[in-house]
Design a binder for this molecule. Structure first.
Ligand code: SF4
Length: 360
């Protein structure tokens, strides 16, 4: 007979680090989600507002769903030195994107899990209508912090989350399960809110995605608002700042023992923080060869080059100028515009430096 203990054992055997269970029902925290949409904080991510009833209750996704199983896998990897990551001549990539595309790694494993269950089930990793973080908190896997991430008290927040809806109640699933409250482990800490370079948190636990570097460098398809560009620093794909500063990440985050996690290790330091002059020279063919089947494919060539131009402008080095000048004449208007901005920023910085030297 199927039981939570058996399912847990199987999920761990498949390589997940965390497993939790909750009875299917209205999605916890759905009101906050609706208020967030209502405020327009999702920006261009219109898909989040589609068919909201499916996000508000998993039984609208799988009629007859009785249990939500949430699995987690750590994507903490071997350390890449911070001096490398913060080097302004390099473009910084969010940790989750240092290796393979997590959808491609985790989805087949969850499918195998679903087949093993031999029950009517639906599995999702981030792209589906299930609010995994809310369910992970409900399952007792951690608490949602002021940075909106799911934080496990012994593993931090560098976690991929997946959800499996199953049409069976598990008698032993919900015994003595802790129910962490929102921000319950944060106490008086507010480091993430203060550290955010673009001030993207209008309130604890509320992220205005329109100011978030992850949104600006990945989801936003058009021009990055000029006032925000200098605040992006050297981030060219995503951002980890609000997690990096979190005491739970600093103290407890550790690489997973799972062979699944190996797929997320960077094959080289250049995958975590490529040199900007290399990025600025990428053509479309090389971009596709280098980044296909990785999360960076989502930004497409034009998005990554747009971001690299902004990072080069923030670097401020004349070394970038020949590459930016070539991009300022390329066939992609979005890249041309950001290259021109970066050139102007570098030249303005140079002039300011030489006037300061002359006055000294
Ligand atoms: Fe909570 Fe502090 Fe972590 Fe932010 S940095 S999520 S406030 S513990």
């Amino acid at each position: 007979m199927l039981s939570a203990a058996l399912i847990r054992e199987k999920a761990l055997e498949l390589g997940f680090d965390l497993v939790g269970f909750a009875p299917a029902g209205p999605t916890p925290g759905a009101d906050q989600f609706l208020a967030w949409l209502e405020a327009g904080y999702h920006g261009q991510m219109a898909y989040l507002a589609n068919a909201p009833e499916r996000r508000l209750d998993p039984r609208a996704v799988l009629p007859g769903a009785r249990t939500v199983v949430v699995v987690g896998l750590s994507y903490e990897t071997l350390a890449v030195p911070y001096e490398v990551l913060r080097d302004p001549s390099r473009g910084r990539i969010a940790r989750y994107a240092w290796g393979a595309d997590y959808h491609e790694v985790i989805t087949p494993v969850l499918r195998a899990f679903g087949e093993w269950l031999s029950l009517e089930s639906r599995a999702y990793v981030d792209t589906g209508p299930v609010l995994e973080r809310n369910w992970a908190q409900r399952c007792g896997l951690g608490f949602i912090g002021k940075n909106t991430c799911l934080i496990h008290r012994k593993r931090g927040s560098y976690l991929f989350l997946g959800a499996v809806l199953i049409a069976e109640e598990l008698p032993d699933a919900f015994d003595d399960q802790p129910q962490p409250a929102l921000f319950s482990g944060c106490g008086r800490c507010a480091r993430c809110l203060g550290a955010c370079p673009t001030r993207a948190f209008p309130a604890p636990g509320v992220l205005d995605a329109r100011r978030c570097i992850a949104y600006l460098t990945i989801e936003l398809k058009g021009s990055i608002p000029e006032p925000l560009r200098p605040l992006l620093g050297n981030w060219v794909f995503g951002c980890d700042v609000c997690q990096d500063v979190c005491p739970y990440v600093r103290r407890f985050s550790r690489p997973s023992d799972s062979p699944l996690a190996r797929a997320f290790y960077p094959p080289s330091i250049d995958r975590a923080a490529p040199k900007l002059v290399d990025l600025l020279q990428l053509d479309r063919v090389t971009f596709n060869q280098r980044y296909k089947r990785t999360p960076l494919a989502r930004a497409k060539w034009r998005g990554l080059l747009r971001n690299a131009c902004v990072a080069a402008g923030n670097w401020g080095s004349p070394e970038a100028l020949p590459y930016l000048q070539r991009l300022a004449a390329c066939d992609e208007p979005l890249v041309r515009e950001h290259a021109a901005w970066a050139i102007a920023r570098i030249i303005a910085g140079e002039s300011a430096r030489s006037s300061a030297t002359m006055q000294a």
